[in-house]
Design a protein around this ligand. Structure first.
Ligand SMILES: [Zn+2]
Length: 374
């Protein structure tokens, strides 16, 4: 499907209107030949992971009412309508990745860590039928009665372990199988936790965000323990970790969980655009130099970031991420729609194969395509 037709189809079919990106789309509508010159080292197909963190609307959520996950409902609807368009654009099946919250915060507020799996069972049936990935995305919020608040408890390893174990058990109960794919909330990780995730049977971890520096907390004005790790030197390709530092590759390893870092881009090339951050997100720009390809970003940043990622010397896949609650935020949801329209209008879009972590690994030749366990 040509980019112009695609945009027309998007505007005709979606119940929400895809806002105009004419200038940017025109820029992206380069010929296939110039695209090949622009991205000379890239071979078809290009694995693209579309990761959705399925979460409540908000972080420090109310304890006294089980509000539906409205953002998720909207995001689900959007991706459902998008699937045939993506598939036509790439001439390949489209497999999204849905990472569910099934942790103690969910259990505390919604009575069971499996609440979303029950409430949205029809959505999940559709994912399974379509071949999507179901994974886990636990956070470690703990209700602190003294503070009368949620506390982000990265510094409490016993609680972190409890969150991880709760999530894996809930996943098995909900879906009748073990969880293969994992990403911890808040882009947080440490050696003990990744060892536990591996021991619980996960094959892939998508938590890490290369280039991002250490930070105190995502919400430094709220209660927290511990801190966010330094990912400055994390590899940008899939790797098996060193047993002494999960942020380093150990090429001699032939077993263990694969780390698949998310796509991140340097803000140094996009600094003027990041100044828009405060207008878009409503907060000051994050201090780190690298930013994740989060589809809630302003499209002028995100689409430039896609080109930057594609041109990086160690490029092997694209991994986009969103948190489902952006579906409940009008401007961020519009960003998502415009970003997807821009990505599908990219000159290389016909080679983007929207795939699961296992499929990505098979496409990269890192696990055997005959591996029937995935
Ligand atoms: Zn999250």
């Amino acid at each position: 499907m040509r980019a112009a037709n695609l945009k027309t189809t998007l505007e005709r079919n979606f119940t929400w209107r895809v806002a105009r990106l004419d200038a940017r789309l025109a820029e992206l509508r380069a010929s296939a030949d110039s695209a090949r010159a622009y991205f000379p080292t890239l071979q078809a197909p290009i694995p693209v992971m579309m990761v959705v963190d399925v979460e409540p609307d908000g972080f420090f959520i109310r304890r006294d009412s089980r509000l539906p996950w409205r953002g998720y409902q909207a995001v689900h609807e959007f991706f459902r309508e998008l699937r045939p368009l993506w598939s036509a654009r790439t001439d390949a099946p489209v497999h999204y990745s849905w990472y569910f919250r099934m942790d103690p915060q969910i259990a505390e507020v919604y009575e069971s860590p499996n609440w979303a799996a029950r409430k949205y069972a029809e959505f999940i049936d559709e994912y399974v039928a379509q071949g999507d990935e179901l994974g886990l995305h636990p956070h470690d919020y703990r209700w602190d009665t003294t503070l009368d608040s949620w506390i982000v408890d990265h510094g409490n390893q016993a609680w972190v372990n409890h969150c991880v174990e709760t999530a894996f058990a809930a996943f098995r109960e909900a879906f009748g199988r073990n969880c293969d794919s994992f990403r911890f909330g808040d882009r947080w990780m440490n050696d003990e936790t990744i060892a536990s995730v591996e021991a619980l049977g996960a094959r892939f971890d998508l938590t890490l965000e290369p280039g991002r520096s250490a930070a105190l907390a995502s919400f430094p004005d709220k209660p927290f323990t511990g801190s966010l790790p330094d990912y400055t030197d994390v590899p940008r390709t899939a790797y098996q970790r060193s047993s002494s530092d999960y942020r380093k590759a150990d090429p001699s390893r032939t077993d263990g969980i694969w780390m698949l870092p998310l796509s991140t881009v340097s803000a140094s090339e996009t600094t003027p655009l990041m100044r828009l951050w405060d207008k878009v997100i409503g907060d000051e720009a994050p201090p780190s130099v690298y930013h994740t390809l989060n589809l809630a970003h302003d499209p002028r940043f995100l689409l430039r970031g896609v080109d930057q990622a594609l041109q990086s010397k160690d490029f092997s896949y694209l991994a986009f991420v969103i948190r489902s609650d952006i579906g409940a935020n009008r401007s961020l949801f519009e960003n998502l729609q415009n970003n997807l329209a821009g990505i599908m209008a990219h000159p290389l879009a016909s080679r983007f194969v929207v795939c699961t972590a296992a499929e990505c690994m098979k496409m990269l030749g890192l696990i055997r395509s005959s591996d029937q366990s995935l």
